[in-house]
Design a binder for this molecule. Structure first.
Ligand SMILES: NC(=O)c1ccc[n+]([C@@H]2O[C@H](COP(=O)([O-])OP(=O)(O)OC[C@H]3O[C@@H](n4cnc5c(N)ncnc54)[C@H](OP(=O)(O)O)[C@@H]3O)[C@@H](O)[C@H]2O)c1
Length: 203
């Protein structure tokens, strides 16, 4: 199963490193082409394949980790096709902290907007509820960190939950983009909520 990642910021780099370490073939793109991806990733991520955005969009699971304001650009070709899985890791910042401004979606939600921009993809929301450093920060012995994952299609959520588990996190699967996706969005009750669970229970 090929994993594609769009974005070489903190999220893209971290997930690329960790997924490659676990043996997944990982293709990564940014806005400037494969040579710039290789520069951004550095030699430490030797197993990752620097790629174009269109190559990444052909992967089985595509993780969208770009600024919210760039999402329409990135998905201007209609996003992944043929029911491929698009994991929306974005948050609806117009500008980042410390001068954070959020987009006013007027009752809409980020992932539903992503889903409309990528109508042939099965969209799953994940990796957005915690800062990436906190997501993989050291844990008290015998615990796992919960990561929420939500979507409308259980057969798309399941492989993303499996990836999350492979990354050492405890996936908690929620149903639907309109409902759970909103709860996971900035300002929602699951955004920035850090939960730990006993590792045996998680298993
Ligand atoms: N940072 C966190 O802790 C965190 C945690 C959870 C969720 N998030 C969310 O995850 C997303 C990514 O955050 P981030 O902090 O990793 O990085 P970011 O600064 O939001 O995104 C930077 C990356 O997006 C790429 N990009 C921008 N426009 C593009 C385009 N048109 N085509 C392809 N790539 C494009 C940039 O490529 P270039 O380098 O070529 O410009 C760069 O690699 C954001 O929506 C953020 O809100 C962040």
């Amino acid at each position: 199963m090929k994993i594609g990642i769009i974005g070489t910021g903190a999220v893209g780099k971290t997930l690329a490193t960790k997924l490659a370490e676990r043996g997944y073939p990982v293709l990564v793109a940014n806005s400037r082409g494969p040579a710039a991806v290789a520069d951004s990733l550095g030699a430490s991520i030797a197993d990752v394949i620097p790629s174009s955005t269109s190559e990444v969009l052909g992967c089985d699971i595509v993780i969208l980790s770009v600024p919210w304001t760039k999402v329409p650009d990135v998905l201007s070709s209609g996003g992944p096709k043929d029911g491929r899985i698009l994991v929306d890791a974005t948050n609806i910042f117009l500008t980042y902290p410390p001068n954070a401004r959020l987009d006013d979606l007027k009752g809409d939600s980020g992932s539903e907007i992503v889903a409309r921009l990528a109508p042939e993809a099965r969209v799953v929301k994940a990796f957005n509820t915690l800062p990436i450093a906190a997501m993989f920060a050291p844990l008290p012995k015998g615990t796992k960190r919960v990561l929420f994952v939500a979507g409308d299609d259980a057969s798309a959520v399941a492989p993303v939950a499996a990836l999350i588990a492979d990354l050492g996190l405890h996936p908690v699967t929620l149903v639907s983009l309109p409902h759970a996706g909103r709860q996971m969005e900035l300002g929602g009750p699951l955004s920035a909520l850090e939960l730990l669970t006993p590792a045996e229970e998680a298993a």
